[in-house]
Ligand binder design. Structure first.
Ligand code: SF4
Length: 231
């Protein structure tokens, strides 16, 4: 595993906790609207400075009085076979662990939950089920994404689902489809799209949806969830 970035403090990333966010290099998806090309595209990954694990754990040790949690983000953290050991070390340092994932590795997700190595999961639902392969490519295994949804809905770990509502890719109808798929989940958040440094530069020119549109969708799908909000 390689660490390609560290946000030393965040009050918003880990719900209700003061946390740091660690960014792992590499992803099995290539969403054209992704803001993290330096962690996804091989030519950019080469140029991305690395942070050693030694440095990272030294930082956690020094900040123990201030921070409560660490978010492991990517790229896609679950592509790393040594993720369980990494989580274990963070927990041993006295931190809560939040995992951000695209849900492509249900086996890893289950292992982390069963071994109590993570305390919170934020899983991205990128698209309605039937659009994953069409938009993100044939290699995507939708069965894996579905399995991850099921695992989280069992409620063995605190979790949320979230969708970045990208204009030209997702409409109100698509979000309704997603809501029907994941209905009954504890928390579902809609995030507005930010047109900045996207993998496909075309998306940098796309205007985000007006907030009112997202609120209209949120109103329509709220009955499906315990908590449903626009972020
Ligand atoms: S948005 Fe997430 S899943 Fe998609 S390419 Fe970027 S890091 Fe990977």
């Amino acid at each position: 595993m390689q660490i390609g970035g560290l946000q030393k403090i965040t009050l918003i990333d880990y719900p209700g906790r003061i946390a740091a966010t660690v960014f792992l290099i590499g992803c099995d998806f290539k969403c054209p609207w992704c803001y993290s090309s330096e962690l996804v595209l091989p030519e950019k990954i080469k140029k991305q400075p690395r942070i050693s694990q030694k440095e990272f754990f030294k930082f956690l040790k020094e900040r123990k009085e201030l921070l409560e949690g660490a978010t492991i983000c990517g790229g896609e953290p679950s592509i790393n076979k040594d993720l369980p050991q990494f989580c274990k070390k963070i927990k041993k340092a006295g931190y809560l662990v939040k995992l951000d994932t695209n849900g492509s590795n249900p086996k890893m997700l289950k292992k982390l939950i069963d071994e109590k190595l993570i305390d919170y999961v934020a899983m991205d639902i990128k698209l309605p089920r039937e659009k994953y392969q069409k938009i993100l490519g044939r290699k995507i295994k939708i069965e894996d994404i579905e399995k991850s949804v099921k695992i989280l809905k069992e409620g063995k770990v605190d979790y949320e689902f979230r969708t970045t509502v990208v204009p030209t890719i997702l409409t109100k109808e698509d979000i309704l489809e997603i809501a029907k798929w994941i209905r009954g989940a504890k928390k579902y958040f809609l995030q507005n799209f930010k047109p900045e440094k996207t993998i496909d530069p075309k998306f940098e020119k796309i205007k985000p949806y007006p907030q009112e549109y997202l609120l209209e969708i949120q109103k329509a799908i709220s009955p499906f969830f315990e908590v449903c909000q626009v972020r």
